[in-house]
Ligand binder design. Structure first.
Ligand code: AMP
Ligand code: GLY
Length: 423
């Protein structure tokens, strides 16, 4: 079968890499892809912000299955558009994707369905913000309602800072239209965990859990990013917790969406804070996480195509997945300046040497390829991903490999999974 993957990041490279292992897949396209994906799939230029362009491209390629990486095409209704045409596509409709594309929708939905989450207030004006802040104690989290590519959340130490952040969002200065409405939230403490399930609209099957590292600096310092690294091990979540999350979060979400007339198919990504009072949902995403997908798919031993088709065809079951007990780690190498401004076009060396390290695969994110050489083309450039029987060895491998790669301005966190290793 022919498969089309939409997107251009490390997540999409991992998807292409895993799909290639399926005995059923004979051809993979990726639109638009990146420098590394071009080695594993036929890349085609496309504007992922335009559903019309994606429809036109798909009509030309006639894939048997389309897999969407990023959230934007889902929010814009690519699944609705494909379903109308009878084309097979993995992911939620635009209405179902509101769980990610509108934080106020997600918060009110969680309240309606008694899904554990932080206290919140939804505000459309500074008057509402000022009066709502009276009901919060510092620190306060201020979030833009709409999609903001990871830049729409500010954790504020004081209420004054929170009012300032909300004003900047509401004025459109910080994240444009996405900030026209804001959500204030109580600040939760604990370890974050990414718990992803696959759904067919009714049933859910969990993937192995992963932990992302959102801040740019070691020790969780500096601004938030799209994610600077992630890891997955069997110890990250025990069976009792997994079952609790399926019962109290994933199933109620899928049942609630169905009851509200927006059947949820695809990946449901539950971003959790494991607080002293139990797990609380920070956010939902309607797609695979980046960089979580890299370590998660590296632990997947069964055929990914089977699992994706089970979601489309309404027959999801735990048996769709066979997982390795290995530990996997992804260290993201980023451009100098990221998550702020950065330059692109820096030559990257050492990728082949890095992949000589046992158990290592280098997934490309913001790269391009020219005359056989790779160049930086984005903020997050590479996801150096390693697998081993234990976390310590997987980390040693990932960092040994990252040490062989060079480009001007490259930086990466040195403490991915460090807290887990101490435990
Ligand atoms: P979100 O996009 O809602 O997941 O927010 C991005 C990041 O902000 C999360 O991964 C957390 O690190 C942090 N965050 C979001 N909401 C909260 C909260 N209520 N309390 C503490 N940290 C939060
Ligand atoms: N790594 C966080 C995300 O994909 O949203």
């Amino acid at each position: 079968m022919k498969v089309l993957v939409i997107g251009s990041g490390g997540r999409e490279h991992a998807l292409v890499w895993k799909l290639r292992q399926s005995p059923r897949v004979t051809k993979i396209y990726c639109a638009p892809g990146n420098g590394g994906i071009a080695d594993d799939a036929e890349c085609l230029p496309v504007d992922v912000k335009s559903v019309d362009s994606l429809v036109e491209l798909t009509n030309r390629l006639q894939p048997d299955l389309t897999v969407v990486g990023p959230e934007l095409p889902l929010q814009l209704g690519i699944v609705d558009e494909f379903q109308r045409r009878g084309w097979r596509i993995f992911g939620p409709t635009s209405a179902a994707a509101q769980l990610e594309s509108s934080k106020s929708f997600a918060k009110e939905f969680m309240q309606r369905h008694r899904i554990p989450t932080a206290h919140y207030a939804i505000c459309d004006s500074m008057e509402e913000v000022r009066s709502a802040l009276g009901h919060f104690s510092a620190p306060v989290v201020v979030k833009a309602d709409g999609l903001a590519a990871g830049k729409g959340v500010v954790i504020c130490a004081t209420k004054e800072d929170a009012a300032e952040a909300a004003a900047e969002m509401l004025s459109g200065k910080m994240v444009g239209e996405a900030g026209a409405r804001v959500v204030l939230e109580e600040c939760l403490k604990g370890d974050e965990l990414s718990f992803l399930v696959i759904s067919d609209g009714e049933r859910v099957a969990p993937l192995v859990a992963a932990q992302d590292h959102k801040r740019v600096g070691d020790g969780d310092t500096g601004p938030n990013t799209g994610g600077m690294g992630a890891y997955s091990t069997p110890a990250i979540m025990d069976n009792a917790m997994r079952d609790w999350l399926v019962q109290h979060v994933a199933r109620p979400v899928v049942a609630g969406m169905k009851a509200e007339g927006a059947e949820y198919k695809g990946i449901l990504y539950c971003g959790l804070m494991m607080t002293a009072k139990g797990p609380m949902v920070l956010e939902f995403n309607c797609r695979l996480g980046d960089p979580e997908t890299q370590p998660i798919l590296m632990r997947l031993e069964s055929d990914l195509v089977e699992a994706l088709e089970a979601s489309i065809d309404g027959r999801v079951s735990d048996g769709d997945f066979k997982w390795s007990p290995d530990a996997t780690v992804c260290v993201v190498m980023a451009s100098g300046g990221y998550p702020g401004g950065y330059e692109v076009g820096k030559k990257i060396t050492g990728i082949a040497e890095a992949e000589q390290v046992d158990g290592v695969k280098v997934f490309h994110a913001g790269t391009s390829k020219l005359d056989g050489d790779y160049y930086t083309a984005g903020g997050r450039v590479l996801g150096v991903t390693a697998r081993a029987a234990d976390l310590k060895t997987a980390l040693e491998r990932a960092y040994a490999a990252a040490g062989k790669i060079n480009f001007e301005g490259a930086h990466y966190r040195r403490d991915i999974a460090a807290r887990a290793l101490k435990k």
